[in-house]
Design a protein around this ligand. Structure first.
Ligand SMILES: [Zn+2]
Length: 440
């Protein structure tokens, strides 16, 4: 009898509370090797707690002040078979005002929980990022890729890469900003490299590593064309094609800052390139502009003294806002490291970036129209690696209906990729990189 009365009380109390409580706007999952993100978007700020449980590993999340609804149940169906971390999601009304989510894990994770204020088209977001307990070694990943792609490649090149890994792990090397993770264990270092011969040294000197950075991703769609083409999708397609193109060139190796549809913070894109000691950083975009008639490709380099045009300034501001939309956990973002990086001298980097930018601009000018005939400059956060020539290519204006159609067109994308690869190759032919054992 008492129980019944209590249930009645809950029933009476629940509707008004929920009416001014949270309504779920959407639930999303972004699985990736780097980390898997779970986003719960709601019309008010959600309060939640989480706990890790072992045997079998799972993450238990209690969200306060909401009732289980169809929106939340959708999360169950959002788990993809290829998700590296999440095997399944279960949801249930745990208490009258508490919904419990249980994420069955494929491997132990380091979870990060944070909330994001409403921004752009988004309302309040409650975010769970599941990171691996051991960060993968990017150089080792490059080696493995190379081994798979070039099974017949000479042992010397592999040894050369092994030697590179050892050099990166040497103490005393300036460390890039730490990812939001504990430092990777040194035990992940492969076998100690054999002594290096003169021939091997020559090969290292000639191995060129290009970091390709498809803009946006995950929660950040980038610009959206008049018929719905998303910048994040088209630039990923271009970057994947360009990677294959560059990898087919002798002595060239491309790596991507993201290979899937997930969000990478701007400084982490730069860090990824620095960790593999890239010789060049190319960020790929296809943005919108305020005027739909704006058209043509542009190439940007960094500026430390203001933008070269109002369009360039506008573009940089827009790109630099990606972290807000994509969603960065401010608690772990290392602002001090970022600031130190911005203070480093970039004069030489900018000079080299303008040279490679001009080379690329010339080639893409043969494929389509150019927005401007010279490389423009502005304060793009993603171009700030102090030691790596860095350019940002706006391939076309996705806001222009004609250019959106071209971006959809496989032939146009292939021509564009050919042009980018040719520009990059010509730059390195004229400006061979110094031996990789630059002073560390
Ligand atoms: Zn963009």
């Amino acid at each position: 009898m008492r129980l019944q009365r209590r249930s009645l009380l809950v029933l009476l109390l629940t509707p008004p509370l929920l009416a001014r409580g949270a309504g779920i706007v959407g639930v999303r999952m972004w699985p990736a090797k780097d980390y898997t993100r779970v986003t719960i978007e709601s019309d008010t700020l959600l309060v939640a707690t989480h706990a890790l449980v072992t045997d079998p590993p799972r993450l238990v999340i209690d969200v306060q002040g909401i009732a289980l609804d169809a929106g939340l149940r959708e999360l169950v169906g959002k788990v993809r078979p290829g998700d590296p971390y999440v095997a399944a999601v279960r949801v249930g009304q745990y208490q009258a005002q508490v919904v419990r989510l249980v994420l069955d894990l494929k491997q132990p994770v380091l979870p990060q929980q944070f909330t994001l204020e409403p921004v752009a088209a988004y309302r309040h977001r409650l975010v769970f990022d599941l990171y691996p307990t051991e960060a993968p070694d990017p150089l080792l990943a490059l080696v493995r890729e190379k081994e798979a792609a070039e099974a017949l490649a000479s042992q010397a090149i592999q040894d050369a890469l092994g030697e590179l890994i050892a050099r990166v792990d040497k103490p005393g090397m300036p460390q890039p900003a730490a990812p939001p993770l504990p430092a990777p264990k040194p035990s992940t270092t492969p076998r100690p490299p054999p002594p290096i011969t003169a021939e091997e040294k020559r090969r290292i000197d000639r191995l060129i590593i290009v970091a390709l950075d498809p803009g946006h991703g995950g929660e950040d769609p980038g610009a959206i064309g008049p018929t719905g083409l998303r910048e994040k999708d088209v630039v990923l397609a271009i970057a994947l094609q360009l990677r294959d193109h560059l990898n087919a060139m002798p002595g060239m190796r491309a790596m991507l800052t993201r290979e899937a549809d997930f969000f990478v913070p701007l400084n982490e894109r730069v860090n990824k390139a620095r960790r593999v000691q890239a010789d060049l950083f190319v960020s790929i975009h296809a943005d919108a502009f305020t005027r739909p008639e704006a058209r043509g490709a542009s190439v940007y380099a960094l500026s430390t003294k203001g933008a070269s045009s109002t369009t360039a300034r506008w573009m940089a501001q827009k790109e630099n806002a990606a972290d807000l939309v994509g969603g960065v956990n401010l608690k772990v973002a290392d602002s001090q490291v970022m600031r130190a990086m911005l203070d480093m001298s970039t004069t030489a980097q900018i000079k080299d970036s303008l040279v490679v930018g001009q080379e690329v601009l010339q080639r893409i000018g043969h494929v389509g129209q150019l927005h401007k005939r010279r490389v423009e400059q502005a304060g793009f956060a993603v171009l700030k690696a102090p030691e790596i020539p860095s350019i940002l290519v706006e391939t076309a204006f996705i806001s222009n209906p004609e250019e959106e159609a071209r971006l959809r067109d496989e032939d146009f994308r292939r021509d564009l990729v050919d042009a980018l690869a040719t520009g990059i190759r010509r730059y390195f032919a004229k400006n061979p990189p110094l031996a990789r054992n630059r002073p560390l």
